[in-house]
Design a protein around this ligand. Structure first.
Ligand SMILES: [Zn+2]
Length: 429
């Protein structure tokens, strides 16, 4: 609720992180693991990192994606049930169905704060007032490229617009995020002036937008550290995936002191998309050691729903929620997972709503085939196991894919028939 965003600002000076803390793990902690890990620092354990999900705004801006009204409502409810802190629901100034749906979602009394996107224009914000949301994002370009070539205005004009729109929004008691569009290409001194203006007129945070996805995690860490050292205002990361670094950059920003992360389910969003909710949440938990307390076991369900609503399939190799993330085929890996899943998995599939699968295919080994047939209630003798494996690999190469359970059973039946006919007999079944 709105008051959730009134939390007092903690001093962050005491807990500025180093970039990586390279630490030799003591034996007591990792038993006899004679190794080291790059352990993510946990810099803000006293300050909760918050997810502001923009599937319904930036996600829907993906070229060719349109959510039906009821799909927007369902996605908002799912995000709320999963526990995100804020939901960016759309753009009220578009009017029509968009405005009606935003108003409807704002009236659902969800736990999450409901944020509407606006240009730095008073008329836009009036539409947000009509919708009954409790938070607004006010977007304004921060880079000279945008100011000169998109807006065709001046830096002074930009600061004037921030003053006018933020004052108007605060007058209506909104939680205000000032979105610094194209911040990653902005002049740093001007970006500081931009953020100081936002703060002076009452903004609650600044959204740092890597609008064209041009940063790497090292530069992201540096620029967010710089901004934090100059302006006492909470920072939100909005990162794009043009070079495949959206999630990494979001984490780098958090490591440098950002508190909010703007995400989308499945990484939907303009061009190559945004930082994916499921990736950010799980990477924060397992790499940065920051557990956001989300119901991650519903990630696959959410991912499937949004995939259907956006008519975009989930690639099987998609990090965190892809169907192959817990599928093991190669003999060495499958054997390792059978012995202990930790050999090749960082967390359990149940944690994100998936199931572990042993895939029988060209690279499978004897242990996998034995394990697979145990699932069918069949104990294979070593000789049979070797032969069934040989036949399974052969078929997988012919078909150029892994095998379905039914195909494996057919191989086994054919093998049994063949051994009976040739009078050799099959043992152990
Ligand atoms: Zn964006």
């Amino acid at each position: 609720m709105f008051r959730r965003y009134r939390e007092k600002q903690h001093s962050q000076k005491c807990c500025r992180p180093g970039f990586f803390s390279l630490r030799i793990m003591p034996d007591s902690k990792k038993k006899k693991l004679d190794s080291f890990i790059l352990e993510g620092a946990a810099p803000f354990q006293d300050k909760k990192i918050k997810i502001d999900d923009t599937t319904l705004r930036d996600g829907e801006q993906t070229a060719g994606v349109v959510f039906a009204n009821q799909e927007k409502v369902r996605i908002a409810k799912l995000l709320d049930e999963i526990g995100v802190d804020q939901i960016e629901v759309g753009i009220p100034a578009m009017g029509g169905d968009e405005k009606k749906t935003i108003k409807y979602i704002a009236g659902l009394d969800l736990n999450a704060s409901i944020l509407a996107w606006n240009r730095a224009v008073i008329d836009d914000i009036k539409h947000s007032v009509d919708c009954g949301v409790n938070a607004v994002a006010i977007s304004m370009s921060a880079s000279d490229i945008h100011i000169e070539h998109k807006l065709k205005k001046s830096r002074t004009w930009v600061l004037d617009q921030i003053k006018e729109s933020v004052e108007f929004a605060k007058h209506h008691d909104f939680y205000v995020s000032v979105n610094a569009e194209d911040a990653s290409r902005a002049d740093l001194d001007f970006l500081v002036r931009f953020a100081l203006s936002a703060r002076e007129y009452g903004a609650d945070r600044i959204r740092f937008c890597d609008t064209v996805g041009i940063l790497d995690p090292f530069d992201t860490f540096n620029v967010i550290s710089f901004l934090r050292s100059r302006v006492d205002l909470e920072i939100e990361m909005h990162t794009h995936n043009d070079f495949g670094m959206a999630t990494a950059n979001a984490l780098a920003g958090i490591k440098a002191g950002a508190i909010y992360v703007n995400t989308t389910v499945n990484g939907l969003g303009e061009r190559a998309g945004n930082a994916a909710l499921e990736e950010v949440a799980m990477a924060l938990k397992y790499i940065s050691k920051l557990d956001l307390g989300l119901h991650t076991e519903r990630f696959r369900e959410l991912s499937e729903y949004v995939a259907g609503a956006s008519s975009r399939t989930i690639p099987v190799w998609k990090p965190i929620v892809g169907a192959n993330v817990f599928a093991h085929e190669s003999g060495i890996h499958a054997d390792g997972v059978i012995k202990n899943p930790l050999n090749y998995e960082v967390f359990s599939p149940e944690e994100v709503g998936l199931e572990r699968q042993l895939v029988i295919g060209k690279h499978s080994g004897g242990k996998s085939i034995e394990m697979k047939f145990k699932e069918f209630g069949i104990e294979l003798a070593p000789k049979d196991s070797r032969e069934v494996l040989r036949l399974a690999r052969k078929l997988a190469v012919e078909l150029k894919r892994g095998l379905f359970d039914k195909e494996l059973m057919n191989i086994f039946k054919d093998y049994q028939d063949h051994t009976k006919e040739s009078g050799k007999g099959s043992s152990g079944v």
